[in-house]
Design a protein around this ligand. Structure first.
Ligand code: PGA
Length: 250
């Protein structure tokens, strides 16, 4: 028996406005009564204060999309883990493929970011995933294990406090979802790697991400090692996100 309740996280990416955020969140909260899974939204940093107020007292946790690898000081444009903590941020995505790709984030940098989040009492959602070329070359397992190994190495026994998100690059924003079998296969690999590093690995949530939507969430979430979802596009529509939260609540 697993002790992991599902965790559904919206990744808003670089979307939203003060007006749009309020209407999205209010529509979600209007119908949240039957939801009993864990839930969070990861929003652009400039909206953290707004979302802290909108989500206050609700069951939806607040999350950020990135954090600086530095504690404080002369790092123009960066946001520190302690600053996130000031806004009651509970989760922070680290190593999203869009940051690895467009901002040249290395495995080592992602590991330090996870460390910064953990030190501030924030749960890092560590993203791993292979490109289509890597999958076609049979390197999926090698790539995701290398990405996760860096985080395990840098974080020692704290590793049981992280959340992992498996997001195959070819499934992100493409409408091409991994099959439940493909997702489970990689999640099982990641679980085994976590088990080798921590006696509490069974408590670590491993989320699937990549074109998860209201239609395919149930079969993905039915897999034994799929503990929830990291949801981009479908998290921007209140009915879709709500539907997925309800699916995860069963
Ligand atoms: P998507 O994005 O659901 O729009 O594919 C997921 C993600 O990148 O976190």
């Amino acid at each position: 028996m697993t002790m992991r309740s599902k965790l559904m996280v919206g990744n808003w990416k670089m979307n939203g406005s003060l007006v749009a955020n309020a209407s999205l969140v209010n529509a979600i909260l209007d119908d949240i009564a039957t939801v009993n899974c864990r839930a969070a939204v990861c929003v652009p940093a400039v909206f953290l204060a707004q979302l802290q107020a909108l989500l206050a007292g609700s069951c939806i946790g607040l999350g950020a999309q990135d954090v600086s690898a530095h504690a404080s000081g002369a790092y123009t444009g960066e946001v520190s883990a302690d600053m996130l903590r000031d806004f009651a941020v509970r989760y922070c995505i680290v190593g999203h493929s869009e940051r690895r790709q467009y901002h040249a984030e290395s495995d080592a940098l992602v590991a330090i970011k996870a460390q910064r989040a953990l030190a501030a009492g924030i749960t890092p959602i560590v993203c791993v995933g292979e490109s289509l070329a890597e999958r076609d070359a049979g390197q999926t397992e090698h790539v995701v294990k290398r990405q996760l190994a860096a985080v395990i190495h840098a974080n020692g026994h704290c590793i049981s406090e992280i959340v992992v998100a498996y997001e195959p690059l070819w499934a992100i924003g493409t409408g091409l979802t991994a099959t439940p079998e493909q997702a489970q296969q990689v999640h099982a690999v990641l679980r085994a790697q976590l088990q080798a590093a921590s006696s509490h690995a069974d408590l670590i949530s491993i989320l699937y991400g990549g074109s998860m939507n209201a239609a395919n969430a149930a079969e993905l979430l039915a897999q034994p090692d799929v503990d929830g979802g990291l949801i981009g596009g479908a998290a921007l529509k209140a009915p879709d996100f709500l539907s997925m939260l309800k699916t995860a609540s069963r």
